[in-house]
Write a protein that binds this ligand. Structure first.
Ligand SMILES: [Cu+2]
Length: 151
């Protein structure tokens, strides 16, 4: 009986691994007519070591995680194909740092709308899990114009 209970407890703890990633405060920067790109931001936390290995959304044909860094006084962006989520740590995607880059937008994003975003997460044991997020569109604010794109 005791062994059975232990087995059940184990089963539950491995289920928790699958639901191990939480997303807080997701939002997307609103766009004006004709704008091709925007950014999405959120706070990620995982109970186990995990990695974000992909992003997708129906509103843009290209979605990537980018990292923004200051190099020699110039803001630069580069794709971060694998964003590590160390167990128990908070990883914030925010303006000026990591962000989800949305490119080739197929619609404009208006304040108050919600944008579905799917994150593909890989855990340390090489299992993948999809995490669905609904990000609220917030007012357009000025994008820094002094950065370059590096792919
Ligand atoms: Cu970017």
């Amino acid at each position: 009986m005791r062994k059975q209970l232990a087995a059940i407890a184990l089963a539950f703890s491995s289920m928790a691994v699958w639901a191990g990633v939480t997303v807080e405060a997701p939002w997307v920067r609103g766009t004006v007519e004709g704008q091709q790109a925007s950014g999405a931001f959120m706070v990620l936390r995982s109970t186990v070591d995990a990695v974000v290995i992909g992003v997708s959304t129906p509103v843009a044909s290209v979605a990537e995680i980018h990292e923004m860094t200051l190099e020699d006084g110039v803001m630069k962006m580069r794709a971060a194909p694998r964003l590590a989520l160390p167990a128990g740590e908070v990883v914030a995607l925010r303006p000026g740092g990591y962000h989800v880059m949305l490119m080739n937008l197929n619609q404009s994003l208006k304040k108050g709308e919600f944008v579905p975003i799917t994150l593909t997460i890989e855990t340390a044991d090489k299992k993948t899990e999809k995490v669905q997020v609904k990000a609220e569109v917030r007012d357009l604010t000025v994008m820094p114009s002094t950065h370059e794109h590096h792919h």
